[in-house]
Design a protein around this ligand. Structure first.
Ligand code: ADP
Ligand code: MG
Length: 247
């Protein structure tokens, strides 16, 4: 088991957003999370990456048990060293080039020397086919290119797991496929990942395990075939029947 989540709870004021999340992920497993907007999917990812602090719950990551409500600084840093996140809106620094967006985290976050960081960043850019854009600023790049830089930034340290939060939802439709291709390549190479997505055919295709998430809980989880073709829960069925896309 690479990652285990136990009883994660989170409230914002009186709004109970995570109601006790339990989930176990093996090395190499791809987990897709689908579910209605506002159900707590982003909050879950932010809690396990410490961008938000859970009210209670534990996470076992790389055999280390962490109290999510009271993580130590060491635990936060070591988790972030081995767990990357790709955001819906890319979150690139606007005043830094494509290359710098990837290398600066290595220099300042990991104390790597500049030339080693530059080399690694160039390799990561090359993998997403954007080495020729290394000196470009985000405003000079399409949304799809910016997101692929987000993916390069996430993969540069060979993380044990990558969390993707609706990585294609801010993209124009014609730019989606390049980003999906990058993610498919990572999955094929054995990268463990959690992918929150609203693209059902992609989820069906890429996921070993599909989770239907609603109202702060995992409602149902199973293989793509189980969730998409034989959903057991009424809420899952309702959600899927309201989706226009073929999947
Ligand atoms: N920082 C925050 N402060 C207050 N409420 C928040 C915050 N972040 C998320 N929420 C609320 O938590 C709920 C779940 O949000 P979110 O995790 O973004 O859902 P999803 O990603 O499934 O759309 C929503 O009701 C949202 O308004
Ligand atoms: Mg979200």
């Amino acid at each position: 088991m690479l990652l285990e989540l136990k009883g994660i709870k989170k409230k914002f004021k009186n709004n109970e957003v995570l109601k006790g999340i339990n989930l176990a992920i093996d090395k190499g497993e791809v987990v897709a999370i689908i579910g209605p907007s506002g159900s707590g999917k982003t909050t879950l990812l932010r809690n396990i990456n410490f961008l938000e602090t859970a009210d209670s719950g534990t996470m076992v990551f790389r055999n280390q048990e962490i109290n999510l409500a009271h993580p130590s600084t060491d635990q936060v840093l070591s988790t972030r060293r081995h767990m990357a996140i790709v955001f819906q809106n890319y979150n690139l620094f606007k005043n830094k080039t494509a290359l710098e967006n990837i290398s600066e985290g290595l220099v300042f976050g990991q104390n790597m020397d500049k030339s080693a960081a530059k080399q690694l960043a160039e390799k990561a850019l090359n993998q997403v086919g954007l080495l020729d854009k290394k000196a470009f600023y985000p405003s000079q790049l399409s949304g799809g290119q910016q997101q692929r830089i987000g993916i390069a930034r996430a993969t540069v340290l060979n993380p044990d797991i990558i969390l993707f939060d609706e990585p294609t939802s801010a993209l124009d439709p014609e730019l989606v496929s390049t980003v999906l291709r990058d993610m498919n390549r990572l999955a094929k190479n054995g990268q463990t990942m959690i992918v929150v997505t609203h693209q059902m055919s992609f989820a069906r295709n890429i996921a070993d395990t599909v989770i239907f998430f609603a109202d702060g809980e995992i409602v149902e989880q199973g293989s793509a075939n189980e969730i998409f073709d034989h959903p057991k829960n009424e809420r899952t069925r309702q959600f899927l029947s309201a989706i226009a896309e073929d999947y």
